[in-house]
Design a protein around this ligand. Sequence first.
Ligand SMILES: [Zn+2]
Length: 77
Amino acid sequence: MIPFENTWPYERSGKDIYLHSCPYCGTESVLTSLGNDDLNRAKEGIKTYLIMPCCLEKMTIIEADEDYFWTTERLRK
Ligand SMILES: [Zn+2]
């Protein structure tokens, strides 16, 4: 069971996937390199890596739902 502290919300706009803010450096409205195919794989529970374009930190996404990425690390304070 993944704790809720390990989640981070994302938003879709067309085929783009955004984060409201980067959990690592706080940059706002970060456009990720993920596409719908990546998101669909993540929703199937396939581990997906996301390199943040703002600070190059690596997020390891274990799975995704309609609102959140569920990751391997605590992102919420
Ligand atoms: Zn960042």
